[in-house]
Write a protein that binds this ligand. Sequence first.
Ligand SMILES: [Zn+2]
Length: 478
Amino acid sequence: MSFDSKRVAAYIRVSTEEQAAQGDSLGEQQERLTAYCKAMDWGTPVMYIEEGRSAKNLKRPELKRLIADVEAGKFDTVLTTKIDRLCRNLRDLLQTVDLFEQFDCSYVSASEHFDTSTSVGRMTLQLLGTFAEFERSRISDNVKATMTSIVKNTDRAMSDACYGYKVVDGAFEIVEEEAEFVRLMFDLVFQNMGYKKITEILNEKGSRTKAGNLWNQTSVLRLIKNEKVKGAVYHNKTTSKGDKVIKLPESDWIIKENNHPAIISPETFEKAHDVLRARAKAGRFADSETYLLTGYLKCGYCGANMRGKMSRAKGRTTIAWYVCSRNTSGGGCRYHSVNRVKIEAAILSELEAIYNNRDPEYLEKIVKQKPKKKDEHNELNEQLKKIDARIQKVIAGWTNGFITDEDMKKATARAEEERAEISEKLNNIKHEAIDVSSIMGRIAALNGMDRIEKKAALRGILDKIIYKDGEIELYLTT
Ligand SMILES: [Zn+2]
């Protein structure tokens, strides 16, 4: 035994499952640690043997005894075969090693060559500590990063197959008999049918859901909205809090396009959803093709929708009207109505007039700008205001003699330059905002359409129509 011989405690842990595992048996650990101490020229280790305990299990009597002995100053070093013998998670490890250090006791793991009495060992420990800190503070980011990497790097099916697919060898595969019905659903969307009508047609044709049930509007809607049918997977769209399902912001979504064979091409998928959004906007009366303007025609008194209503007076022909829905529902507006044939004819001829005239200034007034453009527009106007305010300040400073003539000239010249730049941007936005040719194309296409087709086509043309006492205000969409 050499002079600087260390007092070593060897901690050995074997769980019952590990007893048989290679190199981890009680005897083998004992042997290795004894050999290690001999090789290092340390003293014979005192053994602390934990049998049938897992690292997760906090009730480890031998570890408790060891810690008490370390605190009593009995040892210079605690030795294990591997780090995971002592603690399974990093936080516990750091805490335990910290405690040892307080009593001038280092920790050595034989197989990882980890020794806290050396500078490398201490550095490793510090690094580990930093990682543990990082892990704690970024736990949610870690989860997302891990999920993202799993999703991006695998074509394994990580969720159940939806209608139209099955999971074969862990990947999504198209079920052709079902895929036919998926294609039919999308065809029907393009034929301008709502969920209700599509549901009826599917059930009539004998199609059943994966679970073998009749389709209903919700199951149809869910499938049409399911990104899987276009070959993509979207994860992390929702999370659950208690028993509530919460939608997550788009920035949290984990998207992988081209994950598996598509039944519906991504372009068709997007187009179909445009059609459905337009339908939703046109409101719940969209299915009644007899009224072309429902959803767009607004009462000029209260702003509510004007909806179709038949008058069925005895002995007279039935006449179709649009009536303020706030009046019909007893919501308090006055009886405010317009003859269906008259207003529809007026709108169609107004559209024709717009087509023939194409007065850009008038179009600018009646075509609703896309919200994004509007934001940009507002932002630029704000900047103009700021420049004006700045010039005001410069002028005030000059009047009071704080600013020289020269500086005042420079400041105003610079402001003028900026102002010209912003004005030009504003002008460009105005011109970009209105895609005249495509609106004109859509108006021209109205010719020769039947009512059902017209009703569908008007969705791409009208934004809203305000009606008040025989006057109409027409607004178009881009
Ligand atoms: Zn009204």
